[in-house]
Design a protein around this ligand. Structure first.
Ligand code: SER
Length: 633
């Protein structure tokens, strides 16, 4: 048996022997990158270096990186998908390229001194070429030479030849074998993916492709374990692919999957990073893993991811990262219900995760108590509403079933086995709003009854709710400011932009000390003892105007004061806020969050409507407090 410890160690050792320097795993919460919620690959924290900045550790790097991917959350429970996983990665920053990269991967995988995988079990994919870049013949050639060493003739797959059974190299289009920034421009290039052939379907009884089964087939026969990305182009704003001066290699190997394969296990839950956890779930529930595989796996996956997220500073909330965490915890709790788990069952499981990983991740030890507290709190919170929520859901289901026993719905249902009834979005929203059911949990529950919910109606309901609270706060505001509400709303939004810009330019010790808005101008007081220089004023103006030009969304959420503080919302904490507060966020996940403040509102819906921001005056207001007068033109 090879353990997770052995595999990590071997990987690092191998690449060290090839001149790589080991770097530590970065946090799951990306630093300085508001465009993604979590670190999804080892390359993520390395982006500046892939773009040409010098890395202090050199040009050849290796590490084990904690990653979270939530795109596949519905697949969790099968044999290979996890929300949290460890990625073994090696990088060349403008140093070696395809040749060494492929040969070293091959050596590490097949050499008896390292993993010793039978080369006959290995199949690879390469980029097939299109109008932007040619087929990756370089990689094909290198792969063929690698196979040749074992006297294996590596055929390239061609549809016309119907040679899926004998081919070893499979060219695929951009969707499969190209890697680059999710955005529009930047370094990118073809990749080559390494698969292990399990020689039989794993996910399905029978392979739907028959003799044409190839890597990527959903029967699960081929498991991707390693991806070598060759960043050799820069995609320009005009959509051109220009060869990069610095060519990089970025590889990532899924630790858990590879571990399962090496040990001949059919799934990751049998590996040593899961066994103690699966055992603990069995012990607490008194149930058998074989009878409740899906529940065991979902609980194990979700609690493991949650523990790592909390250890990196994420807390359960209703927005963004915190919401992903909340969804994972609540889904685990729901599946625990099926196993008839006792109250607070997540706590001992979290401890089990901690034990499995504490030697490799010292942060876990440090944050253990906080982690256990957060998990316990969340479980207690959701426990209170889960039972009644499930009862309510059954009511909605039977209401819908009754309406399906007659009329057109009945005819459809009787004649079409695929017919899925939809409960109204309003009912699904009620489960979300009043009982804390994340939407996908509602979906999952309804699927038991061959039902779903009306997503459009749900979204509408969601929006309506947001704007209702917006109107409510606008109404309150009106008392003080009478008319001109639209203009004042714009100024209100401008003060949030101004505060965030001041903090960027003058530092984090800038706080709001007061503000006064009319339909014609704004006045803003803040903690600062020196006169601002002309340059500083100009910089602040520029930053504010930049955000206006980006036409950022201004979002509103209601939450407890405690949650708002945990989200890092700015506020004037000398003021007494109520238990529930409104939090305005400028910018979103896509654009990055520019400002977040506790505030009564009202605000403009997006920054684009503000016009041009101009500072008219900057002066002392009182000791240690400066005052800015500004207008929107
Ligand atoms: N970035 C690539 C991946 O995530 C290789 O590490 O697969």
């Amino acid at each position: 048996m090879i353990t997770s410890k052995d595999l990590r160690k071997k990987y690092i050792e191998f690449f060290k022997s090839k001149g790589h320097v080991e770097i530590p795993s970065a946090s799951l919460v990306p630093e300085n990158d508001p465009t993604v919620l979590f670190t999804t690959a080892g390359m993520h924290p390395l982006v500046p270096y892939l773009l040409g900045e010098n890395h202090p550790a050199g040009k050849r790097l290796v590490n084990v990186q904690k990653c979270v991917r939530t795109g596949d959350i519905d697949d969790v429970g099968d044999s290979t998908h996890n929300t949290f996983f460890e990625m073994l990665g090696n990088w060349s920053l403008g140093d070696y390229f395809k040749d060494e990269s492929i040969r070293w991967s091959w050596e590490f995988l097949t050499d008896k001194k390292w993993l010793g995988i039978d080369p006959k079990r290995i199949k690879v994919t390469v980029f097939e070429g299109d109008k932007d870049a040619p087929r990756d013949d370089e990689s094909i050639k290198i792969w063929q030479e690698c196979f040749e060493k074992f006297k294996i003739k590596a055929e390239v797959y061609a549809k016309e030849d119907k040679n899926a059974k004998t081919a070893r190299i499979f060219p695929l289009p951009k969707e499969d074998n190209w890697w680059g920034p999710a955005g529009i421009t930047g370094p990118c290039g073809p990749d080559t993916e390494i698969f292990i052939d399990l020689e039989k379907p794993v996910n399905l009884e029978k392979c739907p492709s028959g003799d044409d089964c190839r890597p990527g087939c959903k029967c699960g026969r081929y498991v991707e374990i390693w991806n070598n990305v060759f960043m050799q182009y820069n995609k320009t704003a005009e959509g051109k692919f220009v060869p990069l001066a610095q060519k990089n290699v970025d590889t990532g190997m899924g630790m858990e999957r590879t571990l399962a394969i090496l040990n001949g296990y059919s799934n990751v839950y049998e590996t040593d990073v899961f066994i103690p956890l699966i055992g603990k779930i069995g012990e607490i529930s008194g149930k058998n893993y074989q009878d409740y595989k899906k529940e065991f796996r979902i609980i194990a996956d979700h609690i493991r991811a949650s523990v790592f997220m909390i250890s990196d500073g994420v807390v359960p909330l209703n927005v963004e990262r915190g919401y992903i965490l909340r969804r994972l915890l609540r889904r685990a709790i729901r599946h625990g219900k099926t196993l008839e788990m006792p109250a607070n069952f997540l706590t001992p499981l979290a401890e089990a995760v901690n034990n499995i990983y504490k030697e490799n991740y010292s942060d876990l030890k440090k944050s253990k108590n906080k982690m256990l507290d957060e998990i316990k709190n969340e479980e207690e919170k959701f426990e209170k509403t889960l039972e009644t929520g499930l009862r309510k859901l059954k009511e909605y289901v039977s209401k819908k079933e009754k309406s399906c026993t007659s009329g057109i719905a009945k005819i459809l249902k009787d004649n079409n086995t695929d017919f899925v009834s939809m409960i109204p979005g309003k009912d699904a929203f009620d489960l979300y709003q009043s009982y804390g059911f994340p939407p996908e949990l509602v979906k999952e529950e309804l699927a038991h009854y061959q039902m779903t919910y009306n997503k459009e109606e749900f979204d509408e309901e969601f929006k309506k709710h947001q704007s209702l609270s917006r109107t409510a706060s606008a109404g309150k505001f009106k008392g003080g400011l009478a008319d001109h509400s639209e203009q004042t709303a714009k100024y209100h939004t401008a003060t949030h932009l101004l505060l965030a810009a001041l903090r960027k330019v003058l530092g984090e010790n800038i706080y709001q000390r007061g503000s006064n808005i009319t339909a014609e101008r704004m006045r803003f007081d803040f903690s600062h003892s020196e006169k601002m220089t002309k340059e500083e004023i100009k910089k602040v103006e520029d930053i504010v105007n930049e955000q206006i030009q980006k036409n950022l969304l201004v979002g509103l959420e209601e939450m407890s004061l405690e949650d708002a503080k945990r989200l890092g919302a700015m506020g004037i904490f000398e003021i007494k806020y109520g238990e529930r507060v409104k939090v305005y966020t400028i910018g979103d996940e896509r654009t990055g969050i520019f400002s977040r403040e506790i505030c009564g509102g009202p605000h403009a819906a997006n920054t684009g409507v503000l016009g041009k921001f101009k500072i008219k005056k900057e002066e002392a207001s009182s000791a240690g407090v400066r005052r800015i007068k500004a207008i929107l033109e």
